[in-house]
Ligand binder design. Sequence first.
Ligand code: 3PY
Ligand code: MG
Length: 265
Amino acid sequence: MKTNHVRAKLKNGEPSIGTWLTLPTPFSARQLAGVGFDWLTVELEHSPTNWETAAQCFLEIAAGGVAPLTRLPWNTGENIKRALDLGAWGVIVPMVNSKAEAEAVVEGARYYPMGNRSVGGQLHAISFGTAPATYYERANDEVLVIVMAEHVRGIENLDEILSVPGIDAVFIGPNDLHKSMGLKPSFESDHPEFVQALEHVRKTAKKYGIAPGIHVADADAAQRRRAEGFQFIAVASDIGMLLSKGKEVTSALGLGKDQPAAAKY
Ligand code: 3PY
Ligand code: MG
């Protein structure tokens, strides 16, 4: 069975960098698997991607030697089970704001005795290059479980949330976090409440031996966050990179001046 190199790096205290896939197609997933990211996260929360396309993406990404991860539409046992059974090497669960919600994540993502994930399926094993029996033995040691800190309630309850055994990383969603503070959604700001929340996540994660992570807009921001000690770092997205390059070309040619600015992810 393949080793989940992302989980190994995070456990070793190293950084691991990837990007987000919002385009519902395995073709661009496979191509982005060839540019050097450690992992690619198939976006299921804010994209049109369905389970069938997600499964194809997971297999293509894994075939490219990159870890296929996914962000779920919401924290439900059904979503966690389907994502992992279709071949994701890890789940990123949005809006985990209480200890009970964190316990539900682990319950769904880990097999007995750590949790209660139901046994079944084939694609998980194919994605890891093994047989189902081996997968069932080893999955608890290879599957990445990542909870998102992206609401002030989650920040308040962070200590309890991260005390739940079975969580590997905590990933900050800066846009939702700003929004929950009554601020404009953004990847970055100097707002003291936001800056303090990030520091709290970083310190609390380290206290529990969990990797802190964050979504950033570009490579400069990724370097800065990596230097601060963040380990699981997402840089922009497929569509963000496509649009920013397209915008760079049209701006250089004096075109598209009336078009609205593209979102970063
Ligand atoms: C956010 O910024 O809210 C996110 O969910 C980033 O992935
Ligand atoms: Mg979010």
